[in-house]
Write a protein that binds this ligand. Structure first.
Ligand code: AMP
Length: 212
């Protein structure tokens, strides 16, 4: 199954993507995580992407499309995948279509802006494997340490208050039109992401099971 997770920054896409990936044994393709790794490694891609990411702006479509093209050729994508954070605008969605990427379903995790702002201040991420955490909603077993790989947890640079409001503005302007785009194709399923992580997972799997 090829899934797209839509939703504002902090809606819980990464957290739900992990659960889906574990249960369905399909990989997560998170352009944000790929870009953060490139920034940390100081690759040419990372250098190009960093300024946009720090400002809360979208990285140019050409970079994203080439990342996706390359990643989807990997063997582990042959039985399906979860796109997390991509497409981020209509031109990226069109580019996926042109590449021949069949999207089976788009799950939009809907969370009001006020909740998003509160959530992002407590968000943490593993500096090594990108596993997502939250100080209140999803704390690690040992404070400050990743449950998966033991590396230290860090706050994302782009979760600062000023950058978050810019990212929300960019989301509403560029990404939200995808709701209508996929609705018209009959592929959109909206779930309420404002409750607990477990409740959102239940709603997400109600959609996935209805599709299987
Ligand atoms: P995310 O982890 O998905 O919130 O992404 C973090 C940042 O990476 C975003 O604020 C953008 O600067 C950049 N980014 C991630 N995915 C994309 C994408 N599909 N298109 C453009 N920029 C992206």
């Amino acid at each position: 199954m090829n899934l797209v997770l839509l939703g504002a920054p902090g809606a819980g896409k990464g957290t739900q993507a992990e659960v889906i990936s574990n249960r369905l044994s399909i990989p997560i393709i998170s352009t944000g995580a790929i870009l953060r790794e490139a920034v940390a490694a100081g690759t040419p891609l990372g250098v190009q992407a960093k300024t946009c990411m720090d400002a809360g702006e979208l990285v140019p479509d050409e970079l994203i499309i080439s990342i996706i093209k390359q990643r989807l050729t990997a063997e582990d994508c042959s039985h399906g995948f979860i796109l997390d954070g991509v497409p981020r605008n209509v031109s990226q969605a069109d580019a996926l279509k042109e590449m021949g990427v069949a999207v089976d379903a788009v799950i939009d995790i809907d969370v009001p802006d006020a909740d998003i702002i509160a959530r992002l201040s407590g968000r943490r991420v593993c500096g090594k494997c990108s596993a997502p955490y939250h100080l209140i909603n999803k704390p690690p077993v040992v404070e400050g340490v990743c449950d998966v790989c033991g590396a230290p947890l860090v706050a994302r640079a782009d979760d600062s208050e000023a950058t978050v409001s810019e990212r929300l503005r960019v989301y509403h302007k560029n990404t939200e039109p995808l709701i209508d785009y996929y609705q018209k194709q009959g592929k959109l399923f909206v779930v309420d992401g404002s409750q607990s992580i477990q409740e959102t997972t239940r709603l997400v799997f109600a959609v996935i099971e209805a599709l299987s």
